[in-house]
Write a protein that binds this ligand. Structure first.
Ligand code: MN
Length: 154
């Protein structure tokens, strides 16, 4: 039987929120849609990717939407998740599920670093940035978003 046995993968935690054997990288190629985000891809199997992101104080992820869902657990500091027109304040070990196509942004806007696990399917569609009109619609639905969302139109 020519079947490959999957290997056990174990990454010990270091007390600076890194894991032995896992490289810390920047979130993705720089553009004006995000600020101060670090990415640690802890586990990448054929099914799921299990990542730890850390947003530096004042930083934020891209305001985007896509078909694949996110499961996020806060691990370090404090932050905010915007999902649709709703605002969720996150602290360890809060968990949020962001369903398919829900616009979202994660922000370290509470005077602290914001670190979280984010699980996604290995096979997933490309995120799409929100259009100016979509952002305006969200703000119309919840005017508090005007001062929270970080959005730089192209
Ligand atoms: Mn996303």
């Amino acid at each position: 039987m020519d079947r490959r046995e999957p290997e056990v993968i174990f990454f010990p935690f270091r007390d600076d929120f890194t894991w032995e054997g896992v490289q810390t990288k920047i979130y993705k190629s720089p553009d004006n849609s995000w600020l101060g985000v670090l990415r640690n891809e802890i586990i990448k199997t054929d099914e799921i990717h299990y990542r730890y992101f850390e947003i530096q104080k004042g930083g934020y992820s891209t305001l985007e939407k896509h078909e694949h869902p996110h499961i996020v657990m806060a691990l370090r500091g404090r932050g905010t998740v915007v999902a649709g027109a709703e605002i969720y304040e996150m602290a360890p070990f809060d968990v949020i599920h962001i369903p398919p196509w829900k616009p979202h942004q994660l922000l370290a806007n509470r005077g602290d670093v914001f670190g979280f696990i984010c699980v996604v399917p290995a096979k997933r569609d490309r995120p799409r940035k929100l259009t100016k009109q979509e952002v305006e619609e969200l703000i119309k639905e919840n005017p508090r978003l005007k001062d929270i969302l970080r959005y730089n139109p192209a």
